[in-house]
Design a binder for this molecule. Structure first.
Ligand code: SIN
Length: 286
């Protein structure tokens, strides 16, 4: 795919591409915006280097793609509540987002996408991994695809089984500054069922819709769900479905949350990392 407004360089065979020649601090022309949108649909996650963005400029770019999806459990910046600061301090030992997941998959209408902007990085490490859920679906046998039709997952936003059912607050307490950012979700519904195989609303392609928030299949017990669920969680992140992005200050990643999972690699204890995330509203998966 070639674009008029910029150059695009893929970073792996599975997904992910760097977009060169755009300054995101200024409003994009209609053509450039449409081509960025196209590049996202084509590559699933796109990366911009050497950006210099205020929270307001990052929000303006995000709003071209839709309304802002607020995290039910995590507070944003005091002066920009739509911007979530993801911080690991030097003394922290827990990393936010260090499991394969889909952002806010536990909500009724999970995010369409997210934009993550690098403010401060460790000297080495702190990469983010992404996985292509179209490829993961396509690689299944026809028998498995048939069996998964109509299966729904049950996802929760807190007290995950893999963390022993602890609350978010307790998970971060004493090991991550993110403990200070946890909030009560109020009346937002944070436990939801979604189709395991979803059809992307823009490309029409089928993708597995699965991640760390999924606890079991809807209408089944934990024990009944575990064997197939564990198989699928491992299958979806096979190395050949993934890419790895190495950040530099000023990098911005924009991923399509409807057909990817991602994982923040926590391999930099002793160093500080600060990112600003803006998440865009999505629709009900079908
Ligand atoms: C996330 O959005 O899950 C965080 C990713 C990262 O910090 O690399």
């Amino acid at each position: 795919m070639s674009y008029q407004s910029f150059d695009v360089t893929p970073i792996s065979g599975a997904l992910g591409a760097e977009v060169h020649g755009i300054d995101l601090s200024i409003p994009l022309s209609k053509q450039t915006f449409e081509e960025v949108h196209e590049a996202l649909l084509d590559n699933l996650v796109i990366f911009f280097r050497d950006q210099d963005l205020t929270p307001e400029q990052q929000l303006s770019f995000a709003r071209r793609f839709g309304g802002i999806h607020l995290h039910p459990y995590m507070k944003g910046l005091d002066d920009h509540p739509e911007v979530l600061a993801i911080i690991k301090e030097k003394d922290d030992t827990r990393t936010f987002g260090a499991s394969w997941h889909v952002d806010q998959m536990f909500t009724e209408k999970p995010a369409m996408g997210a934009m993550l902007y690098a403010k401060e990085l460790p000297p080495a490490g702190g990469d983010t991994l992404y996985a292509n859920m179209y490829l993961a679906y396509d690689a299944l046998s026809e028998g498995m695809k048939d069996m998964l039709t109509n299966v729904k997952t049950f996802a929760v936003g807190d007290r995950f089984k893999r963390l022993g059912g602890q609350s978010r607050k307790d998970v971060y307490k004493g090991v991550s500054v993110m403990a200070n950012h946890v909030k009560d979700p109020g009346d937002v519904k944070t436990e939801n069922e979604h189709p395991l195989v979803r059809t992307h609303p823009e490309t029409g392609r089928k993708a597995l819709f699965i991640g760390g928030h999924v606890q079991r299949f809807a209408g089944m017990t934990d024990e009944e769900s575990a064997p197939l669920l564990n198989y699928l969680k491992a299958h979806t992140v096979r190395p050949e479905f993934t890419c790895r992005f190495g950040w530099k200050p000023g990098s911005l990643a924009f991923w399509d949350n409807r057909c990817t999972q991602h994982f923040a690699v926590g391999d930099y204890n002793g160093s500080r990392r600060e990112m600003h995330r803006v998440t865009i509203q999505g629709d009900r998966p079908v």
